[in-house]
Write a protein that binds this ligand. Sequence first.
Ligand code: KIV
Ligand code: ZN
Length: 507
Amino acid sequence: MRRIKIFDTTLRDGEQSPGCSMNLPEKVEMARQLEKLGVDIIEAGFAIASPMDFKSVQKIARAVKSCTVASLARCVKGDIDAAWDAVKDAAHPRIHVFLATSDIHMEYKLQMTREQVLARISEMVAYARAKCGDIEFSAEDASRSDWAFLAQCYSNAVAAGATTLNVPDTVGYSTPQEMGDLIRYLRENVKGVENVDISVHCHNDLGMAVANTLSCIQAGASQVECTVNGIGERAGNASMEEIVMALHTRRDFYGAESGVNTKQIYRSSKLLSNITGVPIPPSKAIVGANAFAHESGIHQHGVIANAQTYEIMNSTDVGIPQNTMVLGKHSGKHALREKLESMGYELTDEELESVFTRFKVMADKKKNITGSDLEALVLHRRNNINPTCRLVGHSINTSTSDVLPTTSYVKLERDGEMMEEVAIGSGPVDAAFKAINRMLGMDIKLESFSLNAVTDGEDAIGEAVVKVTDGSESYTGTGLSTDILESSIRAYVNSINKIIEAGTAPD
Ligand code: KIV
Ligand code: ZN
């Protein structure tokens, strides 16, 4: 079996996509989950992009021990200096430098000649290598570059000390056949290629990112770049879970494996969706709600007789929790901790306390607490630990008549002080959000709102996700309850806590 390195760029290329931004604690939490997942390299960000990007790359570099941590840098000294400063404390640091090599990029974006590009690669890769022993060089828009020139660029990078050569299909233009042929060509034409890793980085503009990536593995690539849930610029990057499960399920065909613990896949996917507020499409391969569901009678009959009639993977292999009753209202903290540990969650005492408090409230309202319910509580645990504002209670009066308006009363605790307000709105959620804005004296606009059931059944938990803006930045808030109005208010309060934290966070 060939071992394929998984380079995860959820926190860099993924985070660049609209609606996917994360704050610092969220990025660190995601990085820790990627470490548990067992990816080989975490691209933690683009250190030069902003002080916040620098800080998050640095924090991740210091927090993560078993993966390599990389920062992206353009082929300029300032970028490389910032990237190195941010990753130098990592157990395994990497600098990832890139420069475009396609004619269109060189002429219109860089305004550089081929000779200048070749010289810049040699100079900047050597500059980075003098700081760090692990250097990745990416030829941006490689798939639309002239192959002979590209081979020269990569040969220069190897001569200057690059240890990984990344081949991006930056605009998602290539086909699997072309990408495979390109990798084979580079393996034959780049000087010193036998001493370095060949990596691929495919975008999904034509829906072929995963197919292109797998084709490159067949052609000899030893590293693949991908993101959780396939998030990324435009149509996204190649999806980590699809690549990993394709290698796992079709070992017979690819003869290659990754080091990913597949049982952590679903949890990673849910965590990202919970942090960004971007839902997982129901028919998304591997992690979508329908990925293991059988609706038609013929399929159900087949699966009952022998699961393999219609199932090529087992949902437990990717860590999807089983929705049988796992705990009830008489279960204590000890049982909860044991159950969570058996599901792979290790919580601090403070986190367990917070999950237990919410679990007790939920168990009073809901007969059976399932694996998915517990998972939702764990994913939301951050929301309830020392929040600046906490929901104390609410009361809603809805009306369909013109005479009686819909009103919402909300009571919050802010830094120990009780506050309450009532407002009229076009509906109960609108009224509640207006009451909160008024009581906190904040001018916050709702950008989007969604509500989803965490599990099936009439006593399902509702998860609300709001995106709000304070006029300059967007923030995502999530809330959980068996009462959907309460979930909505909790989500709004959570987004407000993030706005307040962002304004008061120390540098
Ligand atoms: O898509 C791309 O070309 C990139 C590079 C910076 C690797 O993200
Ligand atoms: Zn990219």
